[in-house]
Design a protein around this ligand. Structure first.
Ligand code: GLN
Length: 232
């Protein structure tokens, strides 16, 4: 089914570095699962996009402040976010996980985080999780604007552990980052494409239609396989 766009161009906010969902390739061009899925959806449904990679918390603010029509940024669909966003159908099953520097054998469970520094990116599910469990496990939290700062800090030993989405940690490890994941990941949480609550319903509808079609034709699997190796 073809849906009529209501705007000549939709501004899309996204994260700056959240590989394999969005990241700059060696030509400084953005690619990744989110980028490819939405570009393909736009092509299939015939609407125009303008990408704005401004970071996760920045994207949330841009959509809420009407500087962007929508965001796609590996954004977990949560009840709390549903108060201010409308989400597409879920397009990826995720979950969060703790990562430490490879070779650090001090941290084998959350209890081992007592007195340690743990990092996460501002405004994310991981940052929320750390906040909620802080008193229980007795760590301190360090928040970062970007993944680069976060990952550099744990590898450099400025912090003891980080919390992030498991496919992103998995991708970093597959790219040779010296990290380990000693604790089983937290279950659940699907990613959705999001608009400000009550706005641009046609944009969500176009995405949902294209997603269904991409799943039917195998295009969806093709995009995932391009970025996620088996067993990652
Ligand atoms: N999935 C996480 C969230 O929604 C992290 C997203 C991100 O860092 N881009 O909070």
């Amino acid at each position: 089914k073809k849906i009529e766009p209501k705007k000549s161009e939709y501004v899309i906010a996204s994260d700056t570095a959240f590989a394999p969902f969005e990241f700059q390739n060696t030509d400084n061009k953005y690619e990744g699962i989110d980028v490819d899925l939405l570009n393909k959806a736009a092509e299939m449904q015939g609407f125009n996009l303008k990408w704005n990679h401004i970071g996760f918390a920045g994207a949330v603010q841009a959509v809420q402040g009407n500087q962007a029509d929508a965001m796609i940024a590996g954004m977990t669909i949560t009840d709390e976010r549903k108060e201010s966003f409308d989400f597409s159908d879920p397009y990826f099953e995720s979950g969060i996980q703790l990562a430490i520097k490879k070779g650090n054998d001090e941290i084998k469970s959350y209890a081992d985080l007592k007195g340690k520094k743990v990092g996460a990116k501002i405004g994310t599910e991981s940052a929320d999780f750390l906040q909620k469990n802080k008193d229980k496990y007795g760590y301190t939290i360090k928040q970062y604007d970007t993944a680069d700062g976060l990952y550099d800090s744990v590898r450099g030993g400025q912090i003891d552990a980080i919390m992030d989405d498991y496919p992103v940690i998995g991708y970093a490890i597959s790219q040779g980052q010296e990290l380990a994941t000693p604790i089983k990941r937290e279950s659940g949480g699907s990613y959705g494409f999001a608009v400000k609550k009550g706005q641009s319903p046609e944009l969500l509808e176009m995405f949902n239609e294209a997603l269904k079609e991409m799943k039917r034709t195998g295009e969806y699997d093709k995009i995932l396989d391009k970025y996620i190796a088996d067993g990652n």
